[in-house]
Design a protein around this ligand. Structure first.
Ligand code: 9YT
Length: 131
């Protein structure tokens, strides 16, 4: 059994920041669960264009607010405490922070391996490492 406390991850290599996001990667590929598990903070007013071409992702909001726009349909959905979105089609999307910082709990399949940051398309590269 593993016990992971977010306060022990802050300031370590498992806390990764990019423009408009900070993420605490609580479980990575090397933790052997078959998915990675993250707490991600999207600051109020941030805007991110994301496209996880090589991963599926589920995201559950537990605090704050914002929106997600599905670029394929142009639809925008409100996000607040209790909302989950699942990118089951590798959906291209725009995530926007609202009036309060959003706190999101995210799971990736396949798992993120470590220090990934988004490329110019908003993707993470595929994992080519050996198991
Ligand atoms: C909201 C979202 O897409 N989070 C993804 C995880 C986070 N950006 C990370 O750990 O890289």
């Amino acid at each position: 059994m593993k016990i992971v406390r977010v306060q022990d991850i802050m300031g370590t290599e498992r806390e990764v920041t990019g423009p408009g996001w900070t993420s605490r990667r609580m479980l990575l590929k090397k933790d052997g669960m078959g998915f990675s598990f993250h707490e991600t903070i999207i600051p109020a007013g941030a805007e991110l264009n994301l496209w996880y071409k090589h991963h599926l992702e589920a995201v559950y909001c537990v605090a704050g607010n914002g929106t997600i726009t599905d670029k394929a349909t142009g639809e925008t959905h409100d996000i607040s405490d209790g909302t989950l979105y699942a990118l089951d089609k590798h959906d291209q999307h725009t995530l926007r922070g609202g009036t309060e910082d959003m706190r999101l709990i995210c799971a990736f399949n396949p798992p993120v391996t470590g220090r990934e940051v988004h490329d110019e398309d908003g993707a993470y590269l595929p994992d080519t490492s050996e198991d």
